[in-house]
Design a protein around this ligand. Sequence first.
Ligand code: CUA
Length: 158
Amino acid sequence: MAGKAEKLEYAWIALVVVMLTIFLGILGYAVIGEGYSAPEDAVTCNVKKLEEQITPGVKEVAPGVYEVDIVARMWAWQPNEIVLENPKKVIFRITSADVQHGFEIVGTNVNFMVFPGYIAEITWYPPSDAEGEFLIVCNEYCGLGHQNMYGKLIIIRS
Ligand code: CUA
């Protein structure tokens, strides 16, 4: 006859099997039933020829619409200071020249990972009351100077 400890052991095994079944079931349903997938429209780039694919800087392509191209490298953003006048829509294109970084504009919902070999494209609609100076930090540990990797976003309203 199975002892009490043995029964508990089986109960735990059963619990793990049930939990795994539920987890994999949900995952399977998301993929097959709902059609979820990993992003497929990733834009790749060649780290050794970055200058051919991305030009760091701010471009106003239409009134209030900005394209901001950024290259991250240990331990700075290029450009490190971004100035936008009355921005309505901002398209960030960011890549890394070396390791993984994290681009975060503190106090906003802009927060994404930056990988070498990929250009992250993110569209941001700044709230109309967003004004003044915002801190840009790297929130992904990227080496000894990680804590010194920060920049500035300045939004001017008129
Ligand atoms: Cu770049 Cu941390």
